[in-house]
Design a binder for this molecule. Structure first.
Ligand SMILES: [Fe+2]
Length: 704
């Protein structure tokens, strides 16, 4: 048995000098291993031509991992300045491959390989010196400057893996085999027949504590718990042999098996079989890093998530039972039952992982883990679960765009690690996610399971919705109290012993005011024109917390949580129902309210008078209508003919309050003490805030 090529680092230890040396060794080993992958490249075009249209040429990745060290050491305040501004700008950020047809046509004037090699040596020397000299106290914490060093080492582990995929995707005449990355010995056995094995359900807990003694990426921290029912999981990963009937049976040409997006991808890519399968002279071969060999049918098939989903549909039809890829939590249940320690405790590799046994997959029946094989290692395993934040997620300030852009429900989690995974990638809590069309050394197993798929909240990045979240749940600014809460308090105080069974909040947005009313009123309806924004309130009811991103400046954002648990509103959240509707055209069933609130809605309506006139039929006698608004009339929103005030009438000033009195007068009386001012501050960016002073009026519905 063999150890991993580079062991995962721990953050703790008794001896600072020894830890410093351990990190230094890990740095050099990782830096060298990454460089050695590029020795596969046999000619200039291997370095400078893109292996696939969607990624940059390999020269970029050769520079990028080195640049990352410098950039992060500068961000962490360890280095005062950059080494080479030109290269560090060029190599800073890769293509964010948003879509399979999102071709990158930018042209770069790449430096020569030797220039980048020399730059890498300067980076190596610089980082070595930093590791030797930077003050160290153990354990290393998330807010320690050493985090930047570990982050850059782990970042290089990720790119070791993705660069090896690009080598594998390069034309064969551009690469040469290397002894250091020799694959497994050939294997001509047929694939073992796969079977479903029962998995006992149970409580599964994912996520790291902040003081976990192992480095983690930001998305690993926090807590996520689910209770699983019993299910079944395939004993083996799906092998090339098991996948073959899907290919031979025309699965790639049968639209029935594919999702809409998968089918579009298949057409665009012209895929007829897995990407590393090669048909030559009537025989199937498998492309490895730098060679082709007769198809090892017993090895796991390597496919993207579109292919995984299509195969599962096809196999379900063939077997007459519903199969699908596992969720992240179902994978973790196997991991827990497999009774393997976490990888920092391994003295030898219990799987095809960490380059311990070869730079290729191996037969799917070699490494048993409990009742299954390859629960870790061999190839990554696609799950159905999109990347999502655990409760308590925080962005790491040194790398704020590592995870957040993947909270888009377009990135599926992969688990378990591959034959070339090192460091954090081998850890139990590791979470990496890729777009469904993306190729890694990744395959899958299937499950038969009645466990529900996790409904993942979309990370609120829409600027309007996110601003609304922040106005409702964000921190107070400039000492001005939270506005929806202030209006709710004002309304509840005005009730003063009146019956309060039913309330309606018009323009409820992200739901704060409706939730606040529910502290007192047992039946609250939040109504908003935007179905999208209503989803925030619904998500908060379901999960208690909802992530959103606010703009700091330009494209820079900060992640925050809307959190009704912290506000104590989760106890009353189920008293609220959210409905989509037009305040100017309310549905007939919305009536018999003891309280109607409309905060910063009036001047946003197309026909405010229509809305106000409707209130007589909606509010119970003795009930209250609360209107709070800054009377900020805009012709683009409300045609001037519909303004209820804010103009000269018969030569005299006619305010919105005059208009309110006029429209509401027959059925409402203005309570004493009103109008009053209610200030608000809404954050637009980190440096721009909108400060308004709404005028609040409370109207009592009078009999008749
Ligand atoms: Fe990167």
């Amino acid at each position: 048995m063999k150890p991993l090529r580079v062991q995962p680092l721990r953050l703790d230890g008794p001896d600072e000098a020894a830890k410093r040396e351990e990190i230094r060794q890990a740095f050099h080993a990782t830096f060298s291993l990454d460089e050695s992958v590029f020795e596969h490249l046999a000619n200039t075009s291997a370095w400078f031509d893109k292996p696939i249209a969607l990624r940059l040429p390999l020269i970029f990745y050769f520079g990028h991992t080195a640049t990352f060290y410098i950039n992060k050491l500068v961000v962490a305040g360890i280095l005062p300045d950059h080494l080479d501004g030109r290269l560090e700008s060029m190599f800073a950020v890769g293509v964010d491959e948003m879509s399979w047809d999102d071709l990158d046509d930018s042209h770069y004037d790449w430096p020569a390989v030797e220039e980048v090699r020399a730059y890498r040596q300067r980076v190596r020397d610089t980082v070595d010196q930093v590791i030797r000299e930077l003050p160290l106290s153990l354990p290393i914490r998330w807010d320690s400057r050493w985090w930047a060093v570990l982050m850059a080492i782990e970042h290089e582990n990720i790119h070791l893996e993705t660069s090896s995929v690009l080598v594998r995707q390069s034309p064969l005449d551009r690469v040469r085999p290397l002894a250091a990355f020799a694959p497994e010995a050939p294997d001509d056995r047929p694939a073992p027949p796969n079977v479903l094995i029962p998995v006992a359900g149970g409580r599964v807990r994912l996520g790291k504590e902040r003081d976990d003694p192992r480095y983690g990426w930001d998305n690993e921290y926090g807590i996520h718990e689910e209770t699983l029912q019993d299910f079944e999981a395939s004993r083996y990963l799906v092998s090339n042999g098991e996948y073959r009937p899907f290919v031979d049976g025309g699965g790639y040409r049968d639209e029935r098996w594919w999702t809409d997006e998968g089918w579009r991808w298949r057409h665009f890519a012209g895929a007829e079989h897995p990407t590393f399968w090669v048909m030559r002279d009537g025989a199937w071969l498998l492309r490895l890093l730098a060679e082709e060999r007769p198809m090892p049918w017993s090895w796991p098939v390597e496919v993207n998530f579109h292919e995984v989903a299509a195969f599962c549909r096809w196999k379900s039809a063939a077997m007459g039972q519903a199969l699908r890829p596992p969720t992240e939590v179902e994978w973790r249940r196997l991991r827990d039952l497999a009774d393997l320690p976490d990888s920092d405790a391994w003295t030898e590799a219990p799987a095809q992982i960490g380059l311990a046994y070869g730079a290729s997959p191996c037969p799917v029946d070699r490494f048993a883990h409990g009742d299954w094989y390859d629960v870790v290692g061999n190839v990554w395993q696609w799950t159905t679960t999109p990347m999502h934040p655990f409760d308590g997620f925080q962005v790491h300030p040194y790398y704020d765009d590592f995870t957040v852009p993947t909270f888009d429900q377009q990135h599926n989690l992969i688990k378990g690690g591959s034959f070339i995974s090192l460091g954090n990638e081998t850890q139990r809590e590791a979470r990496y996610a890729f777009r469904p069309h993306f190729f890694q050394h990744a395959g899958f197993r299937y499950v038969r399971s009645d466990n529900p798929l996790l409904e993942v909240p979309a990370y609120e990045t829409d600027p309007t919705a996110a601003q609304n979240c922040d106005a409702h749940y964000g921190p107070e600014s400039f000492g001005v109290p939270n506005y929806p809460e202030a209006v709710a308090k004002l309304a509840l105080a005005a009730l003063a012993g009146r019956p309060a069974q039913r309330a309606l909040d018009v323009g409820s947005g992200a739901g704060r005011l409706a939730f606040e009313l529910a502290r007192v009123v047992p039946d609250v309806t939040g109504l908003d024109f935007s179905a999208r924004i209503i989803q925030v309130g619904v998500a908060l009811q379901q999960r208690g917390r909802h992530p959103y991103a606010v703009v700091d400046e330009g494209e820079l954002t900060t992640q925050r949580w809307a959190d009704i648990v912290a506000l104590g509103l989760d106890q009353v959240a189920d008293r609220v129902q959210f409905v989509q509707g037009d305040p100017c055209n309310l549905k007939p069933n919305l009536r018999r309210y003891d309280l109607v609130t409309a905060a910063n809605v009036l001047d946003q309506l197309r026909e405010p008078a229509t809305f106000l006139a409707e209130m007589a039929g909606r509010v119970n006698p003795g009930g209250l209508l609360v209107v709070s608004a800054p009377y900020d009339w805009q012709e683009a929103v409300t045609p001037k003919s519909e303004w209820i005030g804010g103009f000269k009438k018969d030569g005299e000033t006619y305010t919105t309050l005059d208009g309110l009195k006029s429209i509401l007068a027959p059925h409402f009386r203005l309570l004493p003490g009103f109008p009053c001012d209610v200030p608000y501050v809404f954050r637009e960016t980190g440096r721009t805030y909108r400060h308004g002073i709404a005028e609040a009026t409370v109207w009592e519905r009078v009999e008749g």
